[in-house]
Design a binder for this molecule. Structure first.
Ligand SMILES: Nc1ncnc2c1ncn2[C@@H]1O[C@H](COP(=O)(O)OP(=O)(O)OP(=O)(O)O)[C@@H](O)[C@H]1O
Length: 348
């Protein structure tokens, strides 16, 4: 007789979320990113139990940052994969990453590499509603716009063939803990989670409990909802900005003239932008700078370009960084020529 998994309300919720949001397809090959902590263990158990309904092929991937305090986690996760009879893939960092940010970047690269070499179309992570609330606060303090505050999204493309999916953004950390307890899942206690020198940990352990006690007992839920509302707003605005940008960059005899004169530079028709709302103007200009110079523009750089939409002929920005296309001998700036805002290059 086949042992049916014990079904909980959380199983039903995640199953419905996957259906409703169309996050994962049936029969797909899915790589679960497992750190060994409560969230990714909870996710693995849920997907394993849902697997007969969806026909997925599941596997576990773990990234070893080679931090001394992490010694033993990789073996622990491998043992879990073995017990659940799932394929296990391990990537070990070539060198020890220092910052949280660098570790995260390496981790996503490592996961992408595993997925590409074993033909997985999805990587799933155990991010929760609590992570969403923390990320929102973290980015708010650093001065992010709506894009930073939408924080974690349900899915995004890592490469044209690979999606990152976060199926548990409506589940709280308290719930994943409860779930792991009730199924006696072997959680690895991450010692870094106690270290208050990491901003995220201080937000989780001090700031959120403070807000909960003194301002709103449901603060986590409220912040996660704000993140979700902003996610939909950002998606809509980005799409509208892309449409407007293609109009402003449409090839006309005038623009051909400019591109012939300056074959490597980009131009944008400012007349098309003039009557657009400021929110769209800023987004178009950010996309334009990103595409032309391969940079993530700052607030000030975007503001300088926004000013050019109505500025007199020949107005220009101060020097702009060249990102991937920079060399020590060149610098860039944007200048108004008639109806056009043009990115120009000067040789120093
Ligand atoms: N070492 C690891 N190996 C594999 N997966 C990991 C590892 N660390 C984290 N993950 C995955 O990422 C999820 C989030 O982990 P955590 O919150 O620690 O990372 P984070 O740095 O905040 O991530 P992000 O920047 O994506 O928000 C985990 O639930 C797990 O799915």
């Amino acid at each position: 007789m086949v042992n049916r998994p014990v079904w909980t309300p959380l199983h039903t919720r995640v199953h419905r979320t996957l259906q409703h949001r169309q996050l994962l397809k049936r029969q797909e090959r899915i790589l679960i990113a497992v750190s060994g902590g409560q969230d990714s263990l909870c996710l693995t158990k849920l997907l394993l139990d849902l697997q007969p309904k969806w026909g997925w092929q599941l596997a576990i991937a773990h990234c070893d940052h080679r931090w001394s305090k992490d010694a033993g986690i990789a073996d622990h996760v491998e043992q879990i994969a073995h017990n659940w009879q799932l394929p296990f893939y391990l990537q070990i960092a070539d060198y020890v990453t220092q910052s949280e940010g660098a570790a995260r970047e390496w981790r996503y690269q490592a996961l992408t590499k595993i997925a590409a070499s074993h033909s997985y179309q999805y990587i799933v992570t155990g991010h929760t509603k609590s992570d969403r609330a923390e990320t929102l606060i973290y980015n708010l303090i650093r001065g992010a716009g709506a894009d930073g505050l939408q924080a974690l999204t349900w899915q995004r493309s890592l490469t044209p063939d690979l999606q990152l999916v976060r199926p548990m953004l409506e589940v709280s950390r308290a719930e994943t803990f409860q779930f792991c307890q009730s199924f006696k899942l072997p959680i690895w206690e991450d010692v870094y989670n106690q270290d208050l020198s990491y901003a995220r940990n201080r937000i989780r352990q001090e700031l959120l409990p403070y807000l909960q006690t003194h301002f709103n007992p449901q603060v986590e839920q409220a912040l996660a909802q704000t993140g979700e509302l902003l996610r939909a707003d950002v998606e809509y605005l980005e799409q509208a900005a892309q449409n407007l940008r293609s109009q402003a960059m449409a090839i006309t005899p005038e623009s051909i003239n400019y591109t012939q004169q300056n074959s490597d530079l980009s131009s944008l028709n400012r007349v098309v932008l003039r009557d657009a709302p400021l929110a769209l103007q800023r987004r178009v200009l950010r996309q334009f700078l990103q595409a032309a110079l391969s940079i993530a523009p700052t607030f000030e750089q975007i503001e300088q370009l926004t000013f050019l939409i109505t500025a007199p002929n020949r107005s220009r920005t101060s020097s702009l960084p060249g990102g991937a296309i920079a060399s020590p001998k060149t610098s860039f700036y944007a200048e108004v020529e008639g109806n056009w805002i043009i990115i120009k290059k000067t040789d120093l």
